[in-house]
Design a protein around this ligand. Structure first.
Ligand SMILES: O=C(O)CCC(=O)N[C@@H](CCC(=O)O)C(=O)O
Ligand SMILES: [Zn+2]
Length: 338
């Protein structure tokens, strides 16, 4: 097997279910295609940075897939030099081929072992992706000098008041990493959501199981392949290139980002569950105290404090799943930083 035109995306989409592993060299090191959508790049020089970039965990979120594929091609062609260990993951090629968020089960609810409760290929894929990350971090697992990073790139179903934002997975000690916040600000991120509880998302898995600095990174709205304006990702592209080439996290003043605390997860608890919002309501839309935002035959949700806002509203999902996050703007100077 070979990779035509150094096009990892084309190879992945043409072999959506599986791929016999193979390896080759590129100008700065060795490349290992470990399975479909799983590419490990090991530079010839020693590095203390171990970076995972995942895209397409939701198959229809094509902008980040195109961005990262371009970067991979640039590395393999020798136009961008690579001096850090890098694992690239294209999460759900089967769903990407049919332009869907997922086929059977939402892949980004299956991590941290949650895949064990489901059948089907997305469950197998979650296990395979966890293993890819475990293998990648294994050589540096017990070395405190080694930095472990995972940026899981997505685009959102709705428009957003803050176009680019991250979900900072729940951190047990409540200490947030200043260097990561600075990197996110330099990458054009407008807002940060501090998770209030453990989840079964990919970024939470990397943080909780491997101690990585890990984030779900939302880069704008979903568009089909070929319809993304990649110039909108210019800041992130630039800071990733600096990280690839110099092993350095670009920095900007992070306190200019809007920092939100997650208050609650709205859970679809019944088929009768309704969100009282229009279809075009954007992420981070705020409500007045007392507004009846959600209800079902089993529950009612009223806004607690004026200004509380909704992110990821969606009721087109199975009972028991998250129908949105309620968030509240906080003063960034109140954060405990490490
Ligand atoms: O726009 C939406 O409703 C969903 C966009 C998306 O896929 N978001 C991620 C966030 C994961 C996290 O909370 O860390 C998801 O829902 O999986
Ligand atoms: Zn997504």
């Amino acid at each position: 097997m070979t990779m035509l035109n150094n096009d990892f995306l084309a190879l992945t989409l043409a072999n959506q279910d599986a791929l016999v592993p193979f390896q080759f060299t590129f100008p700065q090191g060795d490349a290992f295609v470990e399975d479909t959508g799983i590419l490990r790049l090991e530079p010839n020089v020693p590095s203390t940075v171990n970076l995972v970039v995942s895209v397409g965990i939701h198959g229809n979120e094509t902008g980040p897939i195109e961005l990262v594929n371009q970067l991979v091609t640039s590395i393999l062609d020798g136009r961008v030099s690579l001096n850090v260990r890098l694992l690239i993951l294209i999460g759900n090629p089967v769903a990407a081929n049919v332009g869907k968020r997922f086929c059977e089960v939402n892949l980004n609810r299956l991590f941290n072992g949650a895949w064990q409760q489901y059948d089907g290929f997305e469950s197998k894929r979650a296990a395979r992706l966890e293993k890819a990350i475990e293998d990648f971090f294994a050589p540096v697992a017990n070395d405190a000098q080694q930095m472990k990073l995972h940026y899981d790139l997505h685009t959102a179903i709705r428009g957003s008041v803050h176009e680019k934002f991250v979900v900072y997975p729940f951190v047990k000690d409540g200490i947030y990493n200043q260097e990561q916040l600075g990197f996110l600000a330099a990458s054009g991120i407008d807002a940060v959501l501090l998770s209030h509880q453990p989840t079964t998302t990919f970024s939470y898995y990397s943080h909780a199981v491997h101690g990585a600095h890990a984030f779900t990174v939302e880069l704008g709205k979903v568009f089909p392949f070929g319809e993304n304006d990649l110039t909108r990702f210019a800041d992130l592209k630039q800071s990733l290139i600096v990280l690839f080439e110099q092993g350095v996290l670009a920095q900007s003043e992070w306190s200019s980002m809007n920092v939100f605390r997650v208050l609650d997860s709205l859970i679809k608890d019944d088929d009768s569950y309704v969100l009282n919002i229009a279809d075009d309501v954007r992420n981070f839309t705020q409500f007045e105290a007392g507004y009846r935002l959600a209800h079902s035959n089993k529950s009612d949700y009223h806004i607690e404090q004026s200004g509380d806002a909704i992110v990821f509203p969606n009721t087109n999902l199975p009972i028991g799943q998250r129908a949105g996050l309620m968030v509240r703007l906080i003063d960034p100077s109140a954060l405990k930083l490490g």
